[in-house]
Design a protein around this ligand. Structure first.
Ligand code: FAD
Length: 379
């Protein structure tokens, strides 16, 4: 098969990039190893205000707005509550969002192959293996949208994510009540070493999760999640589903080392998690993956129109990375919170007026991933 662009991975980054390229009139093949896009979901799906403002996400696929964040120290005593005057977050129904994005891609002309794994690169073609067996694809460019441990990055000899957190969560329906939609975050290195444990309760679903450096969970991540889930803040008295089948389990790696420097070469480029496009501090990757996909599609469109693969050199992770120096420094700070005493000390700062102001800037700020190199931003 001959195509203009082979996109590997149908997460939001791959779906978005493929759709934009097809709308520019290019012949695009999108290969995804998952047989269904509503299975094996790897994200909580919290979208921040800037994404909701700038991208047309179907409103029926979004939960109720959340304005309230509660931050807890390990003791859970004297939590810090922050309430925004604006709607800050909405949790996506990710199965419905992926399905909608796949329909949009197909309508734009993208050929979507599900259950089809990218296996590697030959001398003049790429090897896919799908339900009907192997398929060799010749493509002018390949896009690695294949997540944090990108095989495409390896095959193109581009940079690869080395600084990773791992997250896991349980998702279950909750019945409506007068609880205000709330994002609860617990800073406790025993439960979530180097990151947070969270409960997101928007009144329709609860997401209960932990994330951290996988080798630092004292008794493993699974045990940390069940311990946290058993005493999750904000869910006291909330009825949990009876059967295990009603609880969806999600999880996966989260690259937090910042945008990788080398994310393109003459044969292709990386988007989304494959490019390390995740906020090093908040670990939010949905806004970055959508914005970086726009840049990738624009650069590939230029290269295809001009017939000049060197146009991809403009797609440069090093210049994007420069925006994240402050956040990378804060990530290293968070990684150093290794004991409950250190976490409690961080809360003493958080309870001061400047501490609360800084937390509000991080949680409710107007930043986003840069749309183009040189543009101010950062979440
Ligand atoms: C537990 C958890 C919770 C998170 N919560 C949030 C959140 O609430 N908000 C937020 O902003 N960010 C969150 N993130 C980060 C965010 O989900 C990611 O940054 C974002 O989804 C990345 O999208 P992507 O398209 O780049 O990658 P992915 O969504 O990982 O998509 C990659 C796709 O490539 C496919 N693939 C991989 N290898 C191959 C192959 N060889 N052949 C074919 N297909 C392949 C995979 O099956 C997958 O579908 C979370 C991450 C985790 C792990």
């Amino acid at each position: 098969m001959n195509v203009d662009v082979l996109v590997v991975g149908a997460g939001l980054a791959g779906l978005r990039t493929a759709t934009l390229l097809a709308r520019h009139g290019h012949d695009v093949l999108l290969a995804e190893r998952r047989p269904r896009l509503d299975g094996a979901i790897r994200t909580t799906g919290i979208f921040v205000r800037r994404t909701l403002d700038d991208f047309d996400l179907p409103p029926q696929c979004l939960g109720p707005p959340i304005r309230r964040v509660v931050l807890y120290p390990p003791s859970r005593r004297r939590p810090v509550t922050l309430v925004s005057e604006r709607d800050e977050y909405r949790v996506g129904d990710m199965a419905a969002l992926y399905a909608d994005a796949a329909r949009t891609a197909a309508a734009a002309g993208v050929r979507v192959l599900l259950g089809t794994r990218y296996e590697g690169r030959g001398r003049s073609s790429y090897l896919l293996v799908g339900p009907d067996g192997p398929l060799r694809v010749r493509a002018r460019f390949v896009v690695g949208a294949d997540g944090a441990r990108s095989r495409v990055a390896r095959d193109l000899a581009l940079d690869r994510n080395e600084h990773l957190l791992t997250g896991a969560e349980e998702v279950f329906p909750v019945s409506a009540s007068d609880r205000p939609p709330t994002f609860h975050c617990v800073v406790d290195p025993a439960l979530a070493p180097g990151y947070l444990a969270w409960v997101v309760d928007d009144g329709r679903h609860a997401h209960v999760g932990v994330a951290g450096y996988v080798d630092r969970f004292p008794h493993g991540m699974r045990q940390a999640l069940s311990r946290f889930s058993a005493a999750a803040p904000g869910l006291e008295g909330v009825e949990r589903p009876g059967g295990d089948g009603e609880v969806e389990r999600r999880g996966g790696p989260i690259p937090v080392g910042g945008v990788l420097r080398r994310i393109s070469c003459v044969d292709g480029l990386l988007v989304g998690d494959a490019a390390g496009a995740v906020s090093p501090l908040t670990a939010g990757g949905l806004d970055p993956c959508l914005r970086l996909s726009e840049q990738a599609a624009a650069v590939l469109d230029d290269a295809l129109r001009a017939g000049r693969p060197d146009a991809l050199a403009h797609y440069d992770g090093a210049s994007l990375r420069a925006h994240f120096r402050g956040r990378l420094a804060l990530r290293h700070g968070l990684a150093r919170v290794r004991t409950p005493v250190a976490a409690a000390a961080a809360f003493a700062v958080l309870r001061t007026r400047p501490g609360r102001a800084a937390a509000r800037r991080i949680l409710f700020g107007d930043g986003s991933f840069p749309n183009r190199p040189g543009q101010p931003s950062t979440t």
